[in-house]
Every structure is written in C-alpha cells, then in structure tokens.
Design a protein. Structure first.
Length: 152
C-alpha cells in the first residue's frame, strides 16, 4: 500500500492509500470531483524524487484503462526498472527512455533507445570521452632497450 495525498479542483485535500501507483486516483471524498495526486510523504522505492514518474506513469496507464493486462504489466515493469535505475543514476530522472549503454564513453551521457547510435558515439568521442581500451601508437613500440641499441 502506498499513501498519497489527493486534492480536487475545489481545493479539498485528503489522504488515501492505493494498492499500487497504477491505481486510478479516487474521487474527492467531499465533492466527488476528479482529484490529482499531491507530493506524497512516502517516497516510492527510496528514490529521492519520484514526482515525475507519478505524474507521467499514471496518465500513461489511464490510456490503457480497461485495456489488456499485458499492457499494464508492461508499464509496471518499465516503472520498476526505471525506479531502480534512478536510484543508481539520478541523472536519468529526466529521460524515461530505456538505457542501452551507460558505461565507457556513455558514462554520464547514456545511450538510449531511439538515439542515433553513430551520432551518439561521434558526439561522445568529440566531447573528449575515451573508450576504456588504450590504442598504442606505433611510435610507443620502441622500448628503451631498443632505443639504446639504435643509438649505439
Ligand atoms: Zn472536492
């Protein structure tokens, strides 16, 4: 159960608990009007700020209201995945697309589904990001020993 605060357009504020963040917002207890979730005193999944997901996910879910259970499960999985991701990578909070790569040259600027991969790699390299592997230039192959021999 997740505890939420709700408010209606008439300014009535009340508190209610939902089975999950995907449940419909209840009607106002006093006037029966539509309500919106207010910032909750209980954070979901320990994330510091779960606001954007609460604003976006339930609205997306409403589009599937009465739809098939697979769609709901799909959104549920996405939300769980994203929340875990945000705990480890708070910088991802603003972009909900799945992350394809976030290490190496994509550290700090993850590659996401829908990105132009070629352009993304070019941008990351151009901005100074380096791959982990070090390419040895041909000049570096001369060891001190061989240099010493060549000067003799
Ligand atoms: Zn009301």
């Amino acid at each position: 159960m997740i505890l939420y605060d709700f408010g209606c357009e008439q300014g009535h504020v009340f508190e209610a608990s939902l089975e999950s963040m995907f449940d419909n917002d209840p009607a106002c207890l006093r006037c029966g009007g539509a309500t919106r979730r207010r910032p909750s005193r209980v954070n979901i999944g320990g994330a510091a700020d779960a606001g954007p997901s609460r604003e976006q996910m339930p609205q997306s879910w409403r589009a599937t209201h009465g739809g098939d259970p697979d769609t709901v499960r799909h959104w549920h999985r996405l939300a769980e995945k994203r929340e875990k991701l945000e705990e480890r990578h708070p910088e991802l909070a603003g972009d909900r697309r799945p992350v394809l790569a976030h290490e190496g040259i994509f550290q700090g600027a993850p590659l996401r589904a829908g990105d132009d991969i070629g352009a993304a790699v070019h941008d990351r390299l151009a901005s100074g990001a380096r791959p982990h592997s070090h390419v040895v230039a041909s000049d570096d192959r001369n060891t001190p020993a061989t240099r010493k021999e060549s000067t003799l």
